[in-house]
Ligand binder design. Structure first.
Ligand SMILES: *Cc1c(COP(=O)(O)O)cnc(C)c1O
Length: 392
């Protein structure tokens, strides 16, 4: 079936009540038929639910949908996107192993790589996002994993999934792709050789800013290792949150179409505005990896990054003049959200440190919501006018 149908018709088996819409299975454990059934379940000789830390019909439904979307054969849900990334690495790696990644990864992923995994002797090298040709020479004997995000946060650089997939294959490495920014509607990294795909369900998958959640998808043998770690360490997703996200997926294709259409219109508007220095959007012809984005993504995504003329002061003025857009750290919401990392999330970093992660003081990131795009553009226009008059 096609994604729009899978999104709606992949459904937990009906109970004896013949409900049309899937109920929430708020139960911590499940009943055994008898002692022999319990033994067989624990020995994994038969399939079935035991305990909601291991599995639950709502969580299984969410995984089944996302496996269909991402062209993967197995997966598990986690309490957050970070639990998905942490569990994937912790489940697959051992002390002494090495990870290849890019400095532009999500902030908490950067903290895991630099502050947490080194405690257990797991090290990393950051390779330049703009020069994938140089990655091969950074692969060491103990390198086990390549961990990437594309498009990247917040600069929206696009990495060549096919090329990196081939590199991983050539060296027998596990390629983990955080597919959060694109969502499975726009890009399926498994088709290019990714072994593990993670999502923060908090973003476009829920898409309504209501819950934190995560998913790990991929090849069965690797998922088994990660599942063992997760079952016994317990970063499980509540069945209620799994139900919520699974319900949200019914509208993922229609929501993403609108997010992307609005984002493209916003990007085009910003590109034509005299107070804007530069716009980064994967489906704008001015994007340095425009052709690559067209090749591996169905549409350009819901995020737009732009560089306002000026610096820290202009960024702050712009943010304070916004009337409709929400000033919040989340993204992938029905509501347009706007962030100016240099004065908010990354204000503790020095200018040099910010530049290392691609955050200039005039960078603004917009997550295009589902409001009427003309209203959003008018809001951005009046905020840019406020910047213009303040700098006169
Ligand atoms: C938000 C985000 C995460 C972390 O997800 P949480 O659900 O907040 O734990 C990881 N990667 C990317 C790209 C994200 O945007």
């Amino acid at each position: 079936m096609r994604i729009e149908t899978d999104a709606i018709r992949t459904q937990t088996e009906r109970t004896q009540h013949k409900e049309h819409s899937v109920p929430v299975f708020m139960t911590s454990s499940f009943i055994f038929d008898d002692a022999e059934h319990a033994r067989a379940l624990f020995e994994q000789e038969v399939d079935g639910n035991i305990y909601s830390r291991y599995s639950n019909p709502n969580n299984d439904e969410l995984v089944a949908k996302l496996c269909a979307f991402e062209h993967t054969d197995d997966g598990l849900t986690t309490a957050s996107g970070m639990a998905a990334i942490f569990s994937s690495l912790a489940g697959l790696l051992e002390s002494g192993d090495h990870i290849l990644s890019c400095r532009s990864v999500f902030g908490s992923t950067h903290q895991l790589l630099t502050q947490v995994f080194p405690k257990w002797g797991i090290t990393h090298t950051y390779v330049p996002i703009e020069d994938t040709d140089s990655w091969e020479q950074e692969i060491k004997e103990n390198t086990k994993v390549i961990l990437i995000e594309t498009p990247s946060n917040p600069a929206l650089d696009v990495l060549d999934l096919e090329k990196i997939g081939d590199l991983a294959k050539k060296h027998g490495l596990v390629l983990i792709v955080d597919n959060c920014f694109a969502s499975p509607y726009l890009q399926q990294p498994a088709d290019f050789g990714a072994h593990i795909i993670t999502h923060s369900a908090t973003k476009f998958l829920d898409g309504q800013g209501r819950t934190i959640g995560g998913v790990i998808l991929g090849q069965k043998d690797l998922i088994e290792k990660i599942r063992f770690f997760a079952r016994h360490s317990g970063p499980s997703l509540s069945p209620f949150n799994a139900w919520l996200v699974s319900k949200s997926l019914e509208t993922l294709p229609v929501r993403m179409d609108r997010h992307c259409d609005n984002a493209l219109k916003i990007a085009e508007f910003l590109e034509s505005h005299p107070m804007v220095e530069k716009v980064k959007y994967p489906f704008l012809p001015s994007h340095p990896q425009y052709d690559l984005a067209r090749k591996q993504m169905k549409k350009g995504g819901g995020l737009v990054t732009f560089y306002i003329k000026g610096g820290l002061a202009e960024g702050k003025t712009f943010l304070d003049a916004i009337k409709i857009g929400s000033l919040t750290a989340n993204l992938g919401d029905t509501r347009t959200t706007i962030t100016h990392p240099a004065s908010t999330t990354h204000s503790k970093l020095s200018e040099d440190e910010r530049l290392q992660v691609g955050i200039t003081s005039n960078l603004v990131r917009i997550s295009a919501g589902l409001e009427n795009v003309e209203d959003i553009i008018e809001d951005l226009n009046q905020a840019l006018a406020a910047v213009e008059s303040s700098s006169k």
